[in-house]
Design a binder for this molecule. Structure first.
Ligand SMILES: NC(=O)c1ccc[n+]([C@@H]2O[C@H](COP(=O)([O-])OP(=O)(O)OC[C@H]3O[C@@H](n4cnc5c(N)ncnc54)[C@H](O)[C@@H]3O)[C@@H](O)[C@H]2O)c1
Length: 220
């Protein structure tokens, strides 16, 4: 019984005639053209990227002369350094911070270098304050070209040891404010088809950790 079943399975099939319809030929042609075009485009992109690496880095830099850069948390640390460095490269700086004294010091330092800077007190935990400050810029005819979401509340404390209020503030500044600032400035960037939104986070988000700061960085 088993032998006859095996035999029937092994019975050779009738050869199918090798006929190709016009539709099949057309479909093959389309596939061939698509694949060739894709290969050609990827070859062009690769050649362009390879050529670009030959150009010295300083000539490849994006020219930001006269561009408006808004830095959140510009009143100290990395934010202040960004304001100073970008102003040296010709950018017009707007610095938002809740730390009034620190922000004024940033404005003073940037202006001392002969550059333009506007420090504005904004509490990034307050969504309406963000929209108000953005409206004021618009009324002044200032369009933000580069938005740098830098402000952050940095604590190494485990979230179990962090007061609830601190956890809430950390999420409000480190995560939620990015949504509000982007909603305020991204539409104009999209409309003009130019602009950048930069997010500063921490490697603590990659490494892991239980502090509110590293948890928010994981989200970013
Ligand atoms: N310093 C580091 O080692 C480090 C490492 C990795 C990532 N970062 C990230 O870089 C960014 C800047 O860090 P930093 O070290 O310069 O910190 P920082 O504390 O020196 O500066 C943060 C700034 O944000 C401002 N800020 C805080 N809450 C605010 C609020 N509600 N409204 C407006 N401004 C507010 C502060 O006043 C301060 O000026 C943060 O996002 C942080 O997560 C820092």
């Amino acid at each position: 019984m088993a032998t006859s079943q095996t035999a029937s399975k092994l019975t050779p099939q009738k050869p199918v005639p090798l006929t190709t319809t016009v539709v099949e030929m057309w479909s093959m042609l389309v596939t061939l053209v698509t694949v060739t075009a894709a290969l050609f485009v990827s070859l062009l992109i690769t050649a362009y990227a390879a050529l670009k690496t030959l150009v010295p880095r300083r000539y490849r830099r994006h020219d930001i002369t006269g561009k408006v850069v808004l830095v959140t948390g510009g009143g100290s640390g990395i934010g202040r350094l960004l304001c100073i460095k970008l102003a040296h490269r010709g950018a017009r700086i707007v610095s938002w911070d809740v730390n009034v004294a620190g922000n004024e010091e940033t404005e003073r330092l940037v202006k001392a270098g002969g550059h333009e800077c506007q420090a504005r007190t904004v509490d990034l935990c307050d969504r309406s304050a963000i929209y108000r400050a953005a409206d004021e810029l618009q009324k002044q005819g200032i369009k933000v070209d580069i938005l740098i979401n830098n402000a952050g509340i940095v604590t190494g404390r485990n979230f179990l040891e962090s007061p609830d209020e601190l956890v809430e503030r950390t999420f409000a500044v480190n995560v939620l404010s990015h949504f509000w600032t982007s909603k305020a400035f991204l539409p104009a960037m999209l409309a003009s088809n130019s602009g950048h939104v930069v997010t500063i986070a921490s490697m603590a988000g990659k490494v892991g950790g239980r502090s509110p700061h590293s948890l928010t960085s994981q989200i970013l």
